[in-house]
Design a protein around this ligand. Structure first.
Ligand SMILES: C[S@@+](CC[C@H](N)C(=O)[O-])C[C@H]1O[C@@H](n2cnc3c(N)ncnc32)[C@H](O)[C@@H]1O
Length: 222
């Protein structure tokens, strides 16, 4: 990933780690339907709230990984887990383009308002496909842009970190999902268009399965 963008994301989100402002753009976790014993991952886990909620649902036989690139967010999430004495979680520092997880190891992957930040979103979706078990699923809340982001903003580190300039159009988004191997993606929520930064975006929450005909009844393999 572009180091200037990574650095802008680290600065912005480390500053926000101690705030209570809402950073999500949809209700991915509310649609995730995790079950006891499942292995889950949250991409862009922020302060760790969704990871901790999933950890309670999957119970001691399950496990939840949080992946984030911001040092401040990772520290806050680890502190939150320690305070609540939650032990079936682990927070890993990584860019989404190279997930620190084994192939075919995850039952459920969630993410909220994070994938739009990634420079190479195709690579992120390829990674999502790689780590999911057959029959495993993703539930992702994210944004798409109504029009292609103007060139002047597309690589602007601050505008990308502010959660809008990295977005792609709905058609590009759909093509990347398909290219990664996800067919029959379901839209669970979709907002009206709204202004964000210098563009108009839509928030949506989508659900997709890797090889949907197979059951992912399989727990932690690492
Ligand atoms: C808008 S916040 C959302 C946090 C959390 N999902 C929530 O809903 O509260 C985006 C999070 O994604 C992380 N992030 C952004 N780009 C990333 C990347 N390329 N790789 C890993 N994490 C990233 C940020 O550090 C931040 O914690």
């Amino acid at each position: 990933m572009d180091t200037q963008i990574t650095s802008a994301i680290n600065v912005r989100y480390s500053e926000l780690a101690e705030s209570s402002c809402c950073l999500s753009c949809g209700g991915a976790i509310n649609h995730s339907k995790a079950s006891a014993g499942e292995v889950c991952v949250d991409l862009g886990s922020g302060r760790g709230h969704d990871v901790l909620r999933l950890a309670e649902t999957v119970g001691p036989e399950g496990f939840v990984y949080g992946v984030d690139i911001s040092d401040g967010m990772l520290q806050k999430a680890q502190k939150n887990a320690q305070k609540l004495e939650v032990t079936n979680v682990e927070f890993r520092k990584s860019d989404l383009e190279q997930l620190p997880l084994d192939r075919d190891s995850v039952n459920l992957l969630i993410s909220n308002c994070t994938i739009n930040h990634a420079k190479d979103k195709q690579q992120v979706w390829n990674e999502v496909y790689r780590v999911l078990l057959d029959g495993g699923r993703f539930v992702v809340s994210d944004i798409y842009s109504l029009q292609p982001v103007p060139d002047e903003y597309r690589d602007d580190p601050v505008a990308v970190a502010e959660c809008w300039a990295g977005s792609v159009t709905r058609d590009v988004y759909a093509a990347q999902l398909e290219q990664a191997g996800f067919t029959d993606v379901t839209i669970l929520e979709e907002s009206d268009a709204y202004e964000k930064g210098a563009i108009e975006v839509v928030s949506w929450t989508i659900l997709g399965y890797k090889n949907p005909k197979v059951c992912s009844c399989h727990s932690k393999s690492t």
